[in-house]
Design a protein around this ligand. Structure first.
Ligand code: PLP
Length: 388
């Protein structure tokens, strides 16, 4: 019997990383040695004081339902942190806590976007954006990211894509999959372009503190008049290596918070209480493990990208943030998906085709550098064998 599913489910996309992980694990089960460079998850442990805080919270009885919008103490800590990083005043009433950052993307889009609205988003980009736009029956309007501009957008192209139907613009900096950071001048120019328009910006800042330049990436919410038009999506998954704890947050105007609260009540009720206590420890405790992780990512980035640049047909720009390398492989004469499949099958190197992030990802591969330096360098050698 075929089970008839609601049509809306067919509009949802998936994340290529999980597919490749499953295929890589199947090869491992056959005894193959696989170097995992596919999944976007830090290969570090959650800082010990955060784990301790989580355990203590369980012992203290933080095992019950909590407020839908999130633990007030955690929201206050986030408000304080955001004041320091963004130079803006955030009321804890403008913050909601969610199980991971993804629900902030999902709920804010569900709350804002009507069928036939247009949503501008980066391509190549995090595949969930396009999936959610389609789920909402809105029109996806991709803006290509340009390698020669450090994978920022071309403002003229973006201007052309704006229309009276544009409801939302999604920004992601530092970016998945390219590691690009949008230059502050581009953010300022974009703010000038849209400040008088009736639209919102969804600023996905999950990699905001994983950057390698001298200046932190500029958030559009920091610019005059833009906070009321911006949804900041952030969380603990990447910076505090807490992917499995499921802890994220959104900062947005109160009317939108109220809509997101309703969506939370209808889906999760609340985010896990003890996880949120661990989040308070993460924000208010020592930050040295984050600094060490970023320093290690920088070391790996330098060595791995240099290695990739020695492979015939590869050209790897040096990413300014996040923990991905996104080499241009057009010089190999091969298509991205075909090469990614060959690397997995023949070299045992699991990576993603650039097309897993949209059509403009053709000609690129994405490698996560969340693996040890020796394994990354071994991957370079294995790739060389296949490409030769
Ligand atoms: N946004 C981007 C750009 C990401 O790369 C990810 C995770 O890979 C997320 C959001 C989701 O983060 P979380 O695991 O906290 O839901």
């Amino acid at each position: 019997m075929t089970l008839p599913l609601a049509a809306r489910v067919s509009r949802l996309g998936v994340e290529g990383a999980f597919d490749v992980l499953a295929r890589a694990r199947a090869l491992e089960a056959q005894g193959r040695n696989i170097i995992h460079l596919e999944i976007g998850e830090p290969d570090f442990e959650t800082p010990p004081h955060v784990i301790e805080a989580g355990k203590r919270a369980l012992d203290e009885g933080w095992t019950h339902y909590g407020p839908t919008q999130g633990d007030p103490e955690l929201r206050a800590a986030i408000a304080q942190r955001t004041a320091a990083t963004h130079g803006i005043t955030v009321d804890p009433a403008e913050i909601c806590i969610t199980p991971g950052a993804k629900p902030v993307l999902f709920f804010s889009m569900l709350a804002l976007v009507e069928p036939d609205d247009e949503v501008i988003y980066p391509n190549p980009g995090f595949p969930i954006y396009e999936s959610l736009i389609r789920f909402c029956r809105a029109t996806p309007v991709p803006v290509p990211l340009v390698e020669s501009r450090g994978f920022s957008f071309d403002l003229d192209i973006l201007r052309d894509k704006l229309s009276p139907r544009t409801r939302l613009i999604i920004l992601n900096s530092p970016q998945n999959p390219t590691g690009g950071v949008i230059p502050a001048a581009d953010i300022r120019a974009l703010a000038d372009l849209i400040c008088d328009r009736d639209l919102m910006v969804l600023s996905d800042e999950i990699y905001a503190r994983i950057y390698f330049g001298d200046e932190p990436p500029l958030s559009i919410a920091s610019l005059p008049g833009m906070q009321r038009k911006t949804i900041i999506c952030d969380g603990f998954s990447k910076l505090y290596a807490m992917t499995g704890w499921r802890l994220g947050y959104g900062i947005m105007p109160v009317p939108l918070i109220e809509a997101v609260n309703k969506l939370m009540v209808n889906s999760n009720s609340c985010t896990a209480s003890f996880t949120q206590r661990a989040g308070i420890a993460a924000l208010t405790g020592p930050q040295d493990s984050c600094d060490q992780m970023v320093a290690e990512f920088r070391r790996r980035r330098d060595a791995f990208c240099a290695g990739l640049n020695t492979i015939q047909g590869f050209r790897c720009p040096i990413p300014d943030g996040a923990f991905y390398a996104f080499p241009n492989i057009t010089g190999t004469g091969r298509r991205s998906k075909e090469l990614a499949d060959a690397l997995l099958q023949e070299a045992g190197v699991a990576c993603l085709s650039g097309t897993a992030f949209g059509d403009y990802g053709e000609g690129y591969l994405r490698f996560s550098i969340a693996n040890s330096l020796p394994r990354l360098m071994e991957a370079v050698e294995r790739i060389k064998q296949v490409v030769r």
